[in-house]
Design a protein around this ligand. Sequence first.
Ligand code: C6P
Length: 419
Amino acid sequence: MKAEAETVIAVSKNKYNVNKIREDFPILKKKVHDKNLVYLDNAATTQKPTYVIDKVNKYYTTMNANIHRGVHALSQEATEAFEAARIQIKQFINALGKNQIIFTRGTTEAINLVASSYGRANIKEGDEIIISHMEHHSNIVPWQLLCKEKNAKLRVIPVNDNGELIYEEFEKMVNERTKFISIVYVSNSLGTINPIKELISYAHQFNIPVLVDAAQAVNHIRVDVQDLDCDFLAFSGHKIYGPTGIGALYGKVELLESMPPYMGGGDMISKVTFEETTYNELPHKFEAGTPDIAGAIGLGAAIEYVNKVGIENIKEHEHSLLEYATKQIAEVPGLKIIGTAKEKTSVLSFVLENIHPHDIGTFLDFEGVAIRTGHHCTQPLMQRFKIPATSRASFAMYNTKEEVDVLVYGLKKIIEVFG
Ligand code: C6P
């Protein structure tokens, strides 16, 4: 195992050293079909630096125990590491208190928690919930289920041809029946960055709470829950260089306090009798059962790593990659970019005339290039653009212009082969 200090990348004064960063991600040395791996599927999940892998390893090799339960040394050490990860998250998104950070399996579970707990307690027949046309299925289906159960109505903010929210339509949609808004910060299929702060400020004029799906935001741009003034915010660890199966829900204390538990079980209780149960304080009220302790510690380490590189540095690097790729890809005949918003993160979705995205994905795989093809769990958005699927290249802190060149080379070769 490398010493911790060695695993931490070097970003010397104003100089972003992508090659040094790449050394921290062992998987990037892998060969695929005898070609160098070019990993451009970062919106699906990011690769993990040695720093994170080592922290997870260290947990299992030196402190594995259940948390919040034991008086013995291992349990206390594990509890401390787990709670330190919560503090990392709290600081990263600038929450006021660590009791506002609830560990979940990821964004999906976080949204389901709010829809089930807050939603069931507060949404009534005839109420309206607003989402947008660019939501991931995990920010559609939980609300659909709730609306069905409560006989409430789901309303959808439309999207223009560039893949931007039609903001005026949102304002027109808000009325006295609007009781909740759940909205994606950054679209996974298009890369669009939505004007979340403006939207929240408008919603708050009418006391409507807003949940922000930040799954594709926290790894690209600075997210500050106090500045946004969002009521809830959800994200997944695996999209920010952390492990899979762990994520977080942020919530305002008064809302979280008022909500009934989502799941019952160990750790979420204060006292149980057969007649009555009282619940533990925040955030434990929403953390029933043994959590993914190693995952949480890994997520804390991932955030530490991102902090060391600097989110602003990452943003700048990814933006320059996006600009370069957008320019290079325009040279591919018959290619159309889907998602041309003014404000974008490093996602490049496209279609090629008469060539199915799955063929593109398979062909590129033989060149060592990993992209995602399909509907990206945003079927209504695909229907909006009248396409079944796109090919999506998504860039992370460790990608390079040379890798973009390999992608473009592969795409040109596809045109030659498929004519
Ligand atoms: N998007 C993608 O390839 P989970 O699966 O819970 O970690 O994240 C769900 C989710 C929610 N919201 C947005 C905006 C997302 O992008 C995702 C996950 C992946 O685009 C997998 S479908």
